[in-house]
Ligand binder design. Structure first.
Ligand code: ARG
Length: 388
């Protein structure tokens, strides 16, 4: 047993937005203890441990084998307190791109991720791991929030065409020289922006061929047709830091599949996103003269039905929020059986639609985050970039 106080659960990370991480050697020991306890086939020999510790003492980072890396990624998902879909943590595929030598190879790895994860619509949970940060925490970065994402163009009058959440990033792409389509639309894919430590960011074409985009239609009739709504099939979060054993992977895009409320309630419904509730209510002839007609709630349900229907019709994997909540409950039971505590962030686990109808509503969760995990990191951290 090591002297590290966190040997059972890995090292504690503080929930302060930016994590404070324990020293690398302690983290490496805790990581070895954790994976060895859970998975005897991964228990490192004393010689392996000694080699690894020596590498760290001489200023490097823990050299992870592929099975260690894969299990570490699965643990990072299992311990993600915001994720309602983590019952499937053991199904996470690893695409190991730690040898990517330049920005092109990272771009190619991103495209490969999209192709692997889509799998003809039977989405495969996937993480792609690029080279780790060095001892000073400088590593490769993907500046996009997700690999597929729609631009938000600022108009002269202050309004935005497309996704307002991407307006700043769209500005950045334009400053870097991106040429958007001549005919701009609310659903134009953004280019990828990739940087290596000490180098200015580089722009790569939007992943058009690798991104499946679905038309969103309502199951009961053509109510929404002329709005021409769309969304992409897979959310691949690409701006988070993956930490395990003191190693920091600053570029490690990961994806599972959508829960319909992410698109139908938040992306389409939020007033500071596509803000579609008033227009949807108008099309369904709901009474918008009084808040108490609950037109917002009714429009929200119709939008979510449309999203679910459209993904189902296209044969793209997606979960409704009732099934997702049920699946999280199953996950909690499975974890309890394995003798582990489930941590969670209630405000994230509860779906943004009909929260009280799900079995998670009355439960309480300890939100502490443990290593391995996916963490937020400062945006656009390239030190040599005048754009950051
Ligand atoms: N909520 C984000 C979006 O709407 C995606 C975050 C990751 N979601 C997921 N199901 N893995 O694009």
């Amino acid at each position: 047993m090591s002297r590290c106080p966190f040997s059972r659960w890995g090292s504690v990370l503080r929930l302060t937005g930016r994590a404070t991480l324990p020293p690398r050697l302690e983290s490496a020991k805790a990581f070895f203890d954790l994976i060895g306890q859970e998975n005897p086939s991964l228990r490192p020999t004393p010689a392996r441990k000694e080699r690894a510790f020596r590498a760290i003492r001489s200023g490097g980072t823990l050299p992870l084998t592929r099975p260690e890396l894969k299990y570490g990624c699965q643990l990072a998902w299992r311990q993600s307190v915001r994720c309602i879909g983590r019952q499937f943590w053991k199904q996470l595929d690893l695409l190991d791109h730690r040898t990517a030598a330049d920005e092109e190879e990272i771009y190619e790895g991103c495209l490969r991720h999209l192709r692997h994860a889509f799998h003809g619509g039977a989405l495969r949970p996937t993480v792609t791991v690029f080279p780790a940060a060095d001892g000073e925490d400088h590593g490769p970065r993907i500046w996009n929030y997700q690999l597929s994402r729609f631009a938000g163009y600022r108009r002269k009058n202050g309004s935005i065409l497309g996704d307002p959440m991407e307006a700043d990033f769209t500005d950045l792409c334009l400053r870097l020289g991106w040429k958007p389509p001549r005919q701009k639309s609310p659903f134009d894919l953004l280019p990828l922006v990739i940087s290596l430590p000490g180098r200015p960011p580089r722009l790569f074409p939007p992943p058009h061929a690798e991104t499946v985009i679905l038309p969103i239609r309502h199951p009961d009739g053509p109510y929404l047709d002329s709005l021409d709504l769309r969304w992409y099939a897979i959310p691949v979060v690409s701006n988070m830091l993956l930490e395990m054993g003191g190693v920091r992977f600053t570029a490690a895009p990961f994806s599972g599949w959508y829960m319909e409320t992410e698109i139908g309630a938040r992306n389409f419904g939020d007033p500071d996103r596509y803000n579609l509730l008033p227009e949807v209510a108008r099309r369904f002839r709901l009474d918008r003269s009084r808040r108490s007609s609950l037109w917002r709630d009714r429009a929200l349900v119709e939008l979510n039905r449309a999203v679910l229907h459209s993904f189902q019709k296209a044969g793209v994997r997606m979960m409704d929020h009732h099934s997702a909540a049920q699946s999280h409950l199953t996950f909690e039971k499975e974890e309890q059986k394995a003798g582990r505590k489930v941590r969670g962030l209630w405000s994230w686990l509860i779906p943004p639609l009909s929260g009280s109808t799900t079995p998670l509503w009355n439960r309480t969760y300890d939100p502490t985050e443990y290593s391995p995990n996916f963490l937020p990191q400062p945006p656009y951290s390239n030190p040599s970039s005048s754009l950051s």
